[in-house]
Design a protein around this ligand. Sequence first.
Ligand code: SAH
Ligand code: SF4
Length: 423
Amino acid sequence: MTEPSAAARAPRRSKPAIDPRPGLSGLPEGALEAWLAAEGQPAYRAKQIRDGVWRQDIVAVDELRNLPAALRQSLDRDFRVDTIAADEVTVSDKGLTEKTLHLLSDGALIESVLMHYPARGRGEDGRPEHRERHTLCISSQAGCAVGCPFCATGELGFGRDLETAEILDQVRHAARRLAPRGDHLTNVVFMGMGEPLLNLDRVLEAVAALSDPQRFGMGARHVVVSTSGVVPGIRLLPELNPQFTLAISLHAARDPLRDVLVPLNRRWPVAEVVAAARDLARTTGRRVSYEYVMISGVNDTDVDADALAGLLRGDLAHVNLIPMNPVAHTPWQASSPQRVAQFAARLQQGGVGATVRRNRGQDAGAACGQLAADRAGEPPAPTVAHRRAVIVRQSEAALRGDRSAERLPADLEAAVAGWAGNR
Ligand code: SAH
Ligand code: SF4
């Protein structure tokens, strides 16, 4: 047996424990009915409670006014009506972007971003061609083990998987804020903190609740799950027929570069990720979108555009080009608007559809995980300098075509092994 490390021996600062009561919004179908039966309560109470959770977006048991006080008490004893302890909202883009930092019961911080898109265009009948949209971007984990160097969440490292109710309560909080304005959510995207396919069971439960007409009731085309490329997870999807559209965070079409930009690529390389996504698109008939964060001089050259077009030509696929949001501790800048436009044009000439996406909420630090990373505090200057030097060295080697010989970071190795072991 080896000696425990100094870190393991050091006294731990006590952390608030997770409240053991399950969140009401995350209960699987039938669970509420079973609980009511065990409590000797009539079955019709289930609909009243569900409507409170999903139509009124209640956050406290007292809001269930149509229940007798004794039943409210038993509910409160066994469940949490809300799994989020506190919200801190930052508004930017002249009110079009609202970023929320959510505090969970154990002190973990996660983020969601609500983006408003006004109606645009006029048809011949005078009606807007594109209806108003309200899109919510939600988190599936606190932190992330994948560690993409351009991502503030990657910088934070892995915290923990979110419970199903913690995922869904982000949605209910946004819906509750929208309701007094007469608005409702039109789209939900899993593009906040965390890698959804490394918390797949809970994400699937959350999607089931989102698409269930008795609960949130949103159509499959309006829910998007984004993954950095957990191939066995993508391979499971066709038979599960989940009610969402898949997005793949590709960011590079060549393995040496993707090994650096998305470290998970060292386990599941580009060709395997694209083959799995292609098979899914064939089965579901739904287009897969590929996210591509544009980083100046790193992944935005003509050679990259041609490699990407060669990879996706003929597929049921679409590329979204996103200029990188500047993030502390990386040496990189966003590609210029001209470079992004040229890259998009070259993809289109190569037979692949592409759209340039605008970044939202830069002035509010709304890049993925940025608020929570700011809260965690700046690491010491030598750590930042070392990290930058490593990224520069790795990306130079990648541009020469050398593949990374580095192992996966320990947290990621554990997450990948755990995932495989559970199936
Ligand atoms: N982990 C999953 C989903 C969450 S990340 C994934 O990677 O797909 C959601 C999206 O935000 C990803 O496409 C990611 O590449 C993008 N993103 C992260 N950091 C960014 C930054 N600094 N600028 C622009 N987009 C970023
Ligand atoms: Fe994780 Fe996605 Fe950020 Fe990469 S981009 S570190 S996979 S959250």
